[in-house]
Write a protein that binds this ligand. Structure first.
Ligand SMILES: [Zn+2]
Length: 201
């Protein structure tokens, strides 16, 4: 399991002018405190945490949550904070940026692969390898010869219950029987996903 570390810290503090502490009724001794921080996954900063604002009274040492306070005080805090807004540096999003990059790279590569495979199926070449999944039985086919309308396919005499290990049965001596397919039939096998991957050296 990858652990997410959360680290809170005091980001900013400042005086709030002309407000009265709801606890000790002292004036001019309130300050706001903004807490924040970042979450990290494996030390990579992933995202900034939600900011939390609290109000502290220096006379009675009581800390208040913002929602416990009157609108007057909330407004005053808002006003003070607006004078000195806290910026979120972009590096705090490093993890999210990395994850998104990996995701988009994966999608992009997938799209490019699919484009290539479509071309390979349209214009087969000798020694193209097709991975097949027919009702849960995995196997490979190998293109032996291509004519104008037909494809001569070598059938693999072995099949597996999983896609793992297909590389190991993809060896010369397993291909003995030949079947002739029209290019249209080949296209159909690909469209129906019975041929689910095309490899070309
Ligand atoms: Zn107080």
């Amino acid at each position: 399991m990858v652990e997410i570390q959360v680290h809170h810290e005091l980001l900013q503090t400042g005086k709030i002018k002309n407000v009265i502490c709801p606890n000790c009724k002292n004036r001019e001794n309130l300050e706001y405190r903004v807490y924040g921080g970042i979450s990290r996954i494996l030390i990579v900063p992933t995202a900034p945490l939600r900011r939390l604002t609290k109000v502290f009274c220096n006379s009675c040492q009581k800390e208040f949550k913002l929602k416990e306070l009157s609108d007057d005080i909330k407004q005053a805090v808002k006003y003070e904070r607006s004078k000195n807004p806290i910026k979120t540096p972009i590096w705090q999003f490093t993890g999210i940026i990395i994850l998104l990059s990996i995701l988009f790279f994966g999608i992009y590569t997938g799209i490019e692969m699919t484009k290539l495979e479509k071309e390979y199926i349209k214009l087969p070449l000798k020694n193209d390898i097709y991975k097949t999944n027919i009702k849960g039985k995995y196997s490979t086919l190998k293109v032996y010869k291509v004519t104008k309308d037909s494809v001569y396919i070598l059938l693999n005499k072995f099949s597996l219950d999983s896609y793992k290990g297909l590389e190991e049965i993809n060896i010369e001596e397993n291909y003995s029987e030949i079947k002739v397919l029209s290019k249209r039939e080949l296209q159909k096998l690909y469209d129906e996903n019975l041929i689910y991957e095309v490899n070309r050296e």
